[in-house]
Design a protein around this ligand. Sequence first.
Ligand SMILES: *Cc1c(COP(=O)(O)O)cnc(C)c1O
Length: 360
Amino acid sequence: MAKVFNFSAGPAMLPSAVLAQAQTELLNWQEQQTSVMEVSHRGKLFMELAAQSVDDLRQLYNIPENYQILFLQGGARGQFAAIPMNLLSENGKALYLTSGYWSATAAKEARLFGEIDEINILEQGHELKVNNLDFSDIAAQYDYVHYCPNETISGVEIFDIPKVGNAILVADMSSNILSREIDISQFGLIYAGAQKNLGPAGITIVIVRDDLIGRARNTTPTIWNYEVQKNADSMINTPPTFAWYLCALVFKHLLSQGGMKAMEKHNQDKAKLLYDYLDQSDFYHNTVAKQNRSLMNVTFTTGHDELNAKFVAEATAAGLHALKGHKVLGGMRASIYNAMPIEGIEALIAFMQRFSSENS
Ligand SMILES: *Cc1c(COP(=O)(O)O)cnc(C)c1O
């Protein structure tokens, strides 16, 4: 069978070393003669796995001691609601900076809980661009400021951190968590659904500063209350143990690969290769300004719907899977998260060259 590269935006590919380890351990985890799925989350072995995963993520991402790491359910969309429930006071306001589909969807959900101001920070000229990120003069009036540093659908990434003075900055990092080094101390809260860059679907990571825990409205359901979850080590109800286990393996894998510094270099090298190819091509176009080109989701189009469809079909047949762009945008999208090897980018470019010469 020819080698397949999976460019899915999410759920996305996992490191093959992690899958192989999970396979090896599947029927006999920790000498228990059962799988990790079949043991109590409150048993000693799983509790050790959970604690180790927190330590590993803290080390990997350089997370300061005054931040808690929660492993929750409900995906990123669950957090779209949990954040206002926990951080928006009854008479308060929050500011949502919108730059595409996900940040706008988060703002819409937050409106269910109170007053939300929204500022569209995406400039839509002949290219997509985010320029002004200084909100320090207005941020103090808000309970928090929310943004999405990587818009997964359009492939717009915001590399500079918005300036919000002493206000609380909240970031949806679902599609760029652990992709490059960041300064966690700039954020009040970071969250991410696992299924893009951390592990399988079904688990959500929340990294939250201590002083933001304990502010939830008293109507907040127990499972969404950060304080309750912190005090229960994220186990107020049964956590998705297998998903958690896989995340734990991914963290160990990333540490063994050299951590965030190595991962950032790997991701920059991959993205550069693909964008450099797109830039010299007259056949394919990417419409994101250079300063905001995502390292994780690379969007491109031929400019013609029929040709795009032909591209996707032929790429799939050639073992390059899931390149169809999101339905709200069309075109193509190559999602090249941590687990995508450079060989995947090289194979994609070789196919793109062939396709363009056959069809121009
Ligand atoms: C995929 C994605 C979401 C939605 O995640 P779910 O876990 O399916 O709720 C939200 N935000 C961003 C940036 C995403 O990429």
